[in-house]
Write a protein that binds this ligand. Structure first.
Ligand code: AMP
Ligand code: MG
Length: 409
């Protein structure tokens, strides 16, 4: 059994990120990874402009107040100033309006009194107050966003401002999903005695999509050598990465590892010191310019999800070209109850993470914490970690929690 941290490092080292780009319209690039560095030929701001509604003045005119100036022009946002501001003059200006030549300072309108064509500045501003200087946020030609950036709302705003209508993004890696097990039936098939629905396929597809991949479900694979071999070979042909669930334990019908070896894989990991999720096969197939990664996850529904969150998600984030933030997110939380473990494996206990005034709190999910109990895993958003070698984290103390969902404030 390999310790979890060693397994995580080893897995990340096996990943070569995808390098090919495609171009998508700006409105479709949310959640994609920028594939090339983007720059702009414009400074940001594009020109000196006002950050306030008020008056554009010459600083030298308003060092002693009250100071009365003649208003020579009005400059709403989007209008080009028509006349310079000379000594003794001011221009009425609005937020975003271009600074007229001669002016170097904005007096906010709350600090003025207007009478016809005259304005009196009653409070002295500081030099260059409320002027957004051309190029003060960004200078033309520099890198605006780096390749590998995860594109979210703020990045979309930046790309839009740079008039990047078609965005170069890395293509999404295709991830094949195989569900092994004679007992499995499709979601829309009648359920006979001894059978269960292949729920892993749907959960894994959701997690793959969330992690930036394209799920490629390949169906149910019966527990037979030939069928398993055929299915794995087909999956390797169709995808950048392959994930199977089930068939990696030590049971008589667990063929996955044998078939991987027969197909020429290098097997790097067979089991990890994690509970739930001890059986975990990590293998690679040598392809012309990279290693193709194979994850054999345990079949138990909770175990397969825990293995995904802990090991597959970071690998998939790296594979998708994301330049950082691959590692799982652990936060410190105060546990409301005792958390117990056997000490032999890094143990995950699922529950509800919430944010109070004193930081995160963790409430263990009620009911059994068995790797087959999918039901109480739903509606949780965190997995508390009892480290390898520890048996108890007492109520009221801090525990590391793997964040796997949104936290309501
Ligand atoms: P295995 O790892 O193949 O020994 O399977 C362990 C347990 O997980 C068994 O109880 C299986 O029935 C269950 N299981 C395996 N694959 C799936 C699946 N795709 N969806 C739901 N449960 C599964
Ligand atoms: Mg099985």
């Amino acid at each position: 059994m390999m310790p979890a941290n060693d397994a995580e490092t080893l897995i990340l080292d096996l990943v070569t990120p995808v390098n090919d780009c495609e171009t998508v319209p700006l409105e479709n690039c949310l959640g994609r990874i920028l594939g090339r560095s983007v720059s702009s030929q414009l400074d940001f701001p594009h020109w000196d402009n006002s950050a306030m509604d008020g008056y554009a003045v010459r600083y030298g005119d308003v060092t002693t107040v009250p100071a009365t100036l003649t208003v020579v022009e009005e400059i709403p946002a989007g209008q080009v100033p028509q006349c310079p501001v000379k000594p003794g003059e001011a221009a009425r200006i609005f937020t975003g309006g271009m600074l007229p030549t001669g002016a170097d300072t904005i007096v906010m309108q709350e600090n003025t009194q207007r009478a016809g064509e005259q304005v009196t500045v009653v409070t002295a501003p500081s030099a260059q107050a409320f002027v957004r200087k051309q190029g003060s946020f960004y200078q033309a030609g520099a890198e605006l966003l780096a390749a590998g950036t995860n594109i979210e709302a703020a990045e979309i705003a930046v790309l839009a401002a740079a008039q990047c209508v078609a965005v170069p993004v890395y293509r999404r890696p295709r991830v094949a999903i195989l569900s092994t097990g004679d007992e499995l039936v499709d979601i829309n098939q009648p359920l006979g005695p001894g059978q269960i629905v292949d729920s892993n396929r749907y959960a894994l597809a959701a997690l793959i999509a969330q992690s930036g991949g394209v799920p490629v479900p390949m169906g149910i694979v019966p527990d037979q050598r030939a069928a398993t071999r055929q299915a794995i070979a087909a999956a390797l042909n169709q995808a950048d990465m392959v994930i199977s669930s089930g068939g990696v334990s030590v049971g008589d019908y667990d063929y996955v590892d044998q078939i991987l070896a027969e197909l020429g894989a290098t097997i790097h990991i067979r089991s990890v010191a994690v509970k739930p999720g001890k059986p975990l096969t990590v293998a690679t197939f040598a392809q012309p310019n990279r290693q193709q990664l194979y994850f054999g996850l345990p079949g138990n529904p909770v175990s397969s999800l825990v293995s995904f969150w802990r090991f597959v998600q970071p690998a998939l984030r790296k594979l998708s070209g994301c330049s950082s933030g691959w590692s799982p997110t652990f936060v410190w939380a105060t546990t409301a109850t005792d958390l117990k473990a056997g000490g032999q494996r890094e143990t995950y206990l699922w529950g509800q993470l919430s944010l109070g005034n004193d930081g995160y709190r963790f409430n263990l999910a009620p009911g059994g914490h068995s790797s087959g109990n999918l039901v109480n895993l739903s509606r949780t958003n965190g997995l508390a970690r009892v480290p390898l070698g520890e048996r108890l984290i007492p109520a009221g103390t801090l525990v590391r929690v793997l964040k796997v969902g949104d936290v309501n404030l």
